[in-house]
Design a protein around this ligand. Sequence first.
Ligand code: ZN
Ligand code: ZN
Length: 159
Amino acid sequence: MTSTLSGGCQCGAVRFRLVGTPGTSSVCYCRMCQKASASQALALVSLGDAGLEWTRGEASWFQSSNAVRRGFCNLCGTPLAYEAPDGLALTVLAFDDPDSVPPTIAYGVEGKRIWCDGIPALPERQTLEDPDAVSFLKTLVRFQHPDRDTEAWPPEPKP
Ligand SMILES: [Zn+2]
Ligand SMILES: [Zn+2]
């Protein structure tokens, strides 16, 4: 079965399509992946047997070591890719459906922040439980690209 997966950055300037079966999906807690994602871990899926096409724009690259460069959108900053001598990987959370490539292994766990494992035990609130959030969200206009391919972005104003 050939699957097609798409994704891209928050602003929509860079979009990608992956056709075929991706490789291993993982999270990495190392300090470089933390910094590159400004998060506790970076989830990446290797291309595997899949073919990658940049369908809108292209990633910009930061050479984060002599062996690795990291791709991102130079307009909105979304981390998009990781390229090492053994190949290219894409950031899982940049996919339109991040649940389509769930991580199966964690790397760099010695780099875990001390609060990471406590996240599932934190008190939890749904966004709409807060009445102030409800009124705020009614006024919110999102400029984030939707989780699907678009013909043009930003959308043409309707006549
Ligand atoms: Zn962007
Ligand atoms: Zn890492």
